[in-house]
Design a protein around this ligand. Structure first.
Ligand SMILES: Cc1cc2nc3c(=O)[nH]c(=O)nc-3n(C[C@H](O)[C@H](O)[C@H](O)COP(=O)(O)OP(=O)(O)OC[C@H]3O[C@@H](n4cnc5c(N)ncnc54)[C@H](O)[C@@H]3O)c2cc1C
Length: 385
């Protein structure tokens, strides 16, 4: 029998995350969005409550949640502002490669130190000339007698300005393509790292995104995660988990939009009655609700797969484009239901629509995720039910 009920521990954590979102994030969400504020005080509090490093095992200073619990908590933390919610949960992606490829000693050293603070980590893959084609990266890791020297630059790095730990991908040999890429754990205070422009974005405004430059950054062999040439594989393994995370984020965005739109449909009157009486509005709400049910079921299913150690590359790619397209449609329809008021700056649904757009772009655009999914289907990598 399939059991969808949450355990008492999961319920407790869900309540904690919901309460945190309502009390700490909701009151400032629109203001932080307007000003693009780095949510430092909120991150500090989330860290104190154990809501920050939920995916990291307790022995490295995290809360040690399983995937299902982590994603349920993620949905709750992203309900009132997904930019702040994702700043709280950014380590989920950026420590993934270190958790899979690192030795016990490396995990204790790099993750153990990071989890002591709220500043967390960042995932440094994208470059100006290597976005969807991440394998074309130019950041070089030149081998020396006792380590590597890094030169190059990364762009659009979430939490790049403030993080304590960088999960960096660089190549030792560009002619090897993805097989030349290595993964490094790099403490932020390593000499030669500098931060460039902080981007001014359409949505996700409380999420800081920056350029990062590497100039003769000297690393030892202990900074290399996994084997040389294993970096691309580790990056993709982390993205599988990250894409399920985005599905939970999108469920939160859609749920918030649905709550705003359905409340409005009950209260706003035109032609002498609530607009919710009109079938056109009811059908939009019904479609939105169906999408929310689907995306929540998808991330729970994939969380369960990850907890069982079942590979879910094709499912995560499929779920990522489905959930993000759903969030875009749902937020657009929510603006439609609120009419002119939904289009005005400072309303929740207007923010949600801008926020939803990013989810179709980062962690692999939806075109790339459809490619990953299509290839996986043809090579029979998808699960059989
Ligand atoms: C706010 C924000 C935060 C980000 N955070 C991070 C981060 O923390 N770490 C990190 O490493 N990166 C991060 N990124 C980068 C993000 O992952 C890339 O923007 C994304 O992978 C797309 O790369 P690109 O922007 O260079 O677009 P491009 O790769 O140039 O793509 C442009 C368009 O072409 C399409 N396209 C490209 N190739 C193909 C193809 N083969 N077939 C069909 N269509 C194709 C794309 O789908 C897209 O529509 C972030 C980006 C943003 C905007």
């Amino acid at each position: 029998m399939i059991d969808f009920s949450l355990t008492s521990d999961q319920k407790r954590l869900l309540e904690l995350a919901r309460d945190f979102s309502e009390k700490e994030i909701r009151p400032v969400a629109l203001e932080y969005d307007r000003d693009g504020t780095y949510p430092e005080a909120i991150l500090k509090k989330a860290h104190e409550l154990g809501l920050m490093y939920t995916n990291i095992p307790e022995e490295y200073g995290g809360s040690g949640m399983d995937y299902v619990t982590h994603y349920v908590v993620t949905e709750a933390l992203n309900y009132d502002c997904c930019a702040i919610g994702q700043m709280i949960g950014i380590s989920h992606l950026s420590t993934g490669a270190i958790l899979f490829g690192g030795t016990e000693e490396q995990k204790k050293k790099f993750l153990g130190r990071m989890t002591e603070s709220y500043r967390s980590s960042c995932y440094c893959l994208t470059e100006p000339g290597a976005g969807s084609d991440a394998g074309a990266m130019r950041t070089m890791a030149k081998k020396t007698s006792d380590g590597y020297v890094i030169n190059g630059s990364k762009c659009y790095i979430t939490n790049g300005r403030d993080s304590d730990l960088l999960c960096l991908f660089a190549t030792t040999d560009r002619t090897l393509g993805t097989k030349g890429i290595c993964c490094f754990a790099v403490p932020r205070d390593t000499p030669g790292i500098s931060v460039g422009r902080v981007e001014d974005k359409m949505g996700h405004r409380a999420l800081t995104v920056t350029e990062i430059f590497f100039e003769n950054v000297e690393l030892g062999r202990e900074n290399l995660i996994g084997e040389e040439g294993q970096g691309f594989k580790l990056a993709m393994m982390a993205l599988d988990r990250g894409r399920v995370n985005i599905m939970a984020v999108c469920t939160a965005i859609a749920q918030k939009a649905f709550d705003e739109a359905s409340n409005w449909a009950r209260e706003r009157e035109q032609f002498g009655q609530p607009i919710g009486n009109f079938q056109a509005i009811q059908f939009m709400l019904a479609d939105i609700y169906a999408l929310i049910l689907a995306t929540r079921a998808m991330y729970l299913h994939m969380g369960w797969m990850l907890d069982q150690n079942i590979r879910c590359t094709v499912e995560a790619a499929s779920g990522k484009f489905f959930a993000t397209d759903a969030a875009m449609k749902v937020t657009t329809d929510a603006v439609q239901i609120l009419g002119g008021s939904g289009y005005m700056k400072g309303t929740v649904v207007e923010k949600l629509m801008r926020d939803a757009k990013l989810t179709q772009i980062f962690e692999g655009t939806n075109q790339i995720n459809r490619m990953v999914s299509g290839r996986g289907i043809l090579s029979k990598q998808c699960i059989q039910f």
